[in-house]
Design a protein around this ligand. Sequence first.
Ligand SMILES: [Zn+2]
Length: 408
Amino acid sequence: MKRTIKWMLMFLVVALATATLPSLLPAKAQGATWTVSEYGYQSNYPDGMTFTIKATSSAGKIKNALVFWRHSPVASRTRQTGVVNDTGDGVTAQWVKKISDAVPQWAGVEYWWQLSDEAGNIFETERQFAEYADNTRKWARFESEDIIVFLEDGVPTEVAEASLKAMEEARPIYQKYWPNPLGYKPRAIIYNSYTTWNEWAPGIGTIGRSGENATIVAGQTNSTWGATVQKFNPYDQPNVDDQIAYTSYSVVVHEVAHLYQFVNGGTRGPSWFVEGNATFFELVGRDGMLQYARDRAQAGNLPTLQGDGPSATGAFARDAYNIGFSFFVWLNETYGAEAHKLLWSSIDQGRPLKESLEMVTGMNFIDMETAFRTWLGAPNPVAPTPIPDPVLVFPPTPTYEPTSTPKP
Ligand SMILES: [Zn+2]
């Protein structure tokens, strides 16, 4: 079998600690020639990171230095003031993590420096790339053109192999349905234990783990990290093969779809829309979800899409996922893949969700819902009496461009 997996041994002691090889031609900035002879990066996970640079200016010693970094191209940058050495040709900057700004191990780190010399010349370096490595325990790293997967020691290797395959399968689907590409390679960080996750995110997965309404946080996805973090087999299911398939072919591709939502206008909106949409990109288990929505519709108790829509919490927490997923199947079968692109282009331009849906379907929201319920086989498909809209907040609109409306 062809294996597309490049895998590297665990990063133990030395890891990616330091010294990016410099491509170091002198750079002119204002009246000075700047030369960088070495970039250094050290992960001190879980406590933070250390950045170093050796550089000189022809116009004098380095006087001030700032290092900037971000974990994904769609994240805002963080900065830290550096301490310049006595000879004015080296700087060290230390980031010490606080709970409020903690990030998972293995987040990517894109960083660059802004230096100024005694004469007042300012110089910004080229971008450098590193990883917030966890050198305190064993991990395995897998990378393809679609994703980078990190497995904590104890998570079956098959999880990474299957995730790389799932992402390869999902690649043409993302390309077909999203107007904007992701723009970076996402990361999946898979924990074997909640203790490891709790180390930087205290409380995760341990809240309400017992009792009737127990909920377990199985994963989190954040475009600021450019990553999803997941607990493998969060419910301790006995069938590990099922869990491997679930994590890769359902969870990873679903979470990456949330990252796509973020670069296509945002992830705010009712749960059925946001979750149903991400679920649409899952590669397995689709028939069962659709059947669930059909059964509810045919029994005459399908929740409305109006207001907050189908529930995403409590005993019916799957409603938002199953019914929202079915809505996107309906949209796709009725209007084609282009409708999804058009819908998210509209959201990306800042139009409200409801207006975007009405534009794409050419129907008002109530008629659209009735059409969806009819498609599901509801015996009395007319959508219920309108209820007030929730506050659907999408980012403010810079432009309203006229867009054509496809007809069914
Ligand atoms: Zn989701």
